[in-house]
Design a protein around this ligand. Sequence first.
Ligand code: SAM
Length: 213
Amino acid sequence: MEHDFWHQRWEQGRIGFHQGDINPYLKEHWSELALDKGSKVLVPLCGKSLDMLWLQEQGYAVLGCELSEAACRAFFAENMRVPELTQQDIGPVFSSDNITLLAADIFTLEAAHLADVAAVYDRAALIALPKTMRKDYAQLLIDRLPLGCQLLLVTLEFDADAGPPFSVPQREVEALFSGRFMVERLAEVALGGERGAGRVEVVYRLTEARSAI
Ligand SMILES: C[S@@+](CC[C@H](N)C(=O)[O-])C[C@H]1O[C@@H](n2cnc3c(N)ncnc32)[C@H](O)[C@@H]1O
C-alpha cells in the first residue's frame, strides 16, 4: 500500500477501521500474555486507536507507530492530552503520560527503536497490508523485536483477495511467524450484519518458540 493511500484516507476522514470503543478481544485476551505491569507494548500501525489508552490505563508503557502525523495529533487532541513533540531520526515523536507515538513508516524502525518492547498488540495492522508487505512486516518483527517478546494478533478471514482489510488465514500467519514464534489460535468470532457477513475475526497469541531462546 502506498503512503499516499493512507494519508488520503486520513485527510478525507475515510477511517471506517477506527473503533469508538476498546477492542473486546484486547480486553478479553490481553491477560493471557501475563505481561508484567510497566512493560512496553508496541502498537504497530496504531492510527488513533483507543486501545492504546486502555493499555496505558492497565499500567503499560505504549509505543505506537503510525505513518500519518495527522492521526497521531488527533489521538492526543481527541483524548484531551497535550503531548511533548520531539524530532527523531525517523520522524516526529509525540509523548504524553506513558504513551509515545512515532509518526513514522514502520519499515524504518531499527532494533534500537524497539529496545525494551515486551509485547506487540496488532489489531488491523497485519491485515491492512498487501501480501508482500505482510512478509516484510513479519520479518521486521522477527528480526528486530527483543528476545522474549509476545504478540496478541487480531486478524480477519473471509473469502476474497481484495483489501484492505485483507483476509489472512491461519496457514499464512503460521508461515509468516513460525520462524521465531509459536502461534496459538485463542478465539474466533463470526461477524454478523451486512458488512460482517462471511467474515471471521481471529485472535492469536504468539510466543517465542523454544528453539529461538
Ligand atoms: C487499518 S488502519 C488500523 C489502525 C489501528 N490499528 C486501529 O485499530 O484503529 C491501518 C493504519 O496503518 C497506518 N499505516 C499504513 N502503513 C503504514 C506504515 N508503513 N507505517 C506506519 N503506519 C502505517 C495507516 O495510516 C492506518 O492508520
